[in-house]
Ligand binder design. Sequence first.
Ligand code: NAP
Length: 248
Amino acid sequence: MSQVIIVTGGSRGIGAATAILAAEGGYDVCINYKSDSSAADAVVAAITAVGQSGLSVQGDVANGNDVVRLFEVCNEKLGAPSGLVNNAGILPMQSRVAEMTSERLQHVFSVNITGCFLCAREAVKYMSTNSGGTGGSIVNLSSAAARLGSPHEFVDYAASKGAIDAFTIGLAKEVATEGIRVNAVRPGLIDTEIHASAGEPQRIDRLRSAIPMQREGSAEEVAQTILWLLSPSSSYTTGSFIEVSGGR
Ligand code: NAP
């Protein structure tokens, strides 16, 4: 029987690339998305096209009930997950800290931080050897922004990813004896639609020359790293961070 993984925000960008690569590698995949059901349907079609089982579940990762339901539906239809990719995340409109509203800050932190906590909480329930599970691997999407701080653009987003770094270290230590590994990837500038959502579709063009490798990364390049962290090939790696940023 195939192992089952859940990819939050799996309908587009890095999450979609991860879901499809995982299916090609023999996993059954449950993706989550927030609003774009046709994009989610296309990813599920790509998963089933390679002979694996696929499923999409709508839900907001910042909503506790939605997250509980995501894991229940996955468990019922595909089986208990042994992998979680905490990928869903938002990049807010570019702004200086001085102009950030409390509503904006709450939104960014609730999706990017609380969402990861809620999904990891449910994953641990299913995976932990303490509760009858067989262990698993959790991969969190941090960002190079956690190191760089993103001044004049989105310091709140960078801070949310800094929180994910601390979360990764703490949770990895907390569940290390329960068969669960917890790691993070820190992508740099990756070619997805997220930059347009921050109000600058040409952001990569502006910043490309600052990347040591002089090019943006692809969602597939990040997905390859995520898949390694999900797999038994990384069996002695936990509480670790992999930069996928072209040297930035
Ligand atoms: P993206 O192309 O904008 O895709 C975002 C995905 O997350 C979509 O599937 C979206 O679904 C889903 N999503 C958004 N809000 C959600 C919510 N509240 N609940 C559930 N799903 C939600 O993003 P991406 O560029 O692939 O980024 C993926 C992750 O990598 C994020 O955590 C991001 O911070 C991180 N990252 C990206 C880059 C980069 O340069 N692209 C760099 C560093 C880190 P809907 O379309 O249905 O809303």
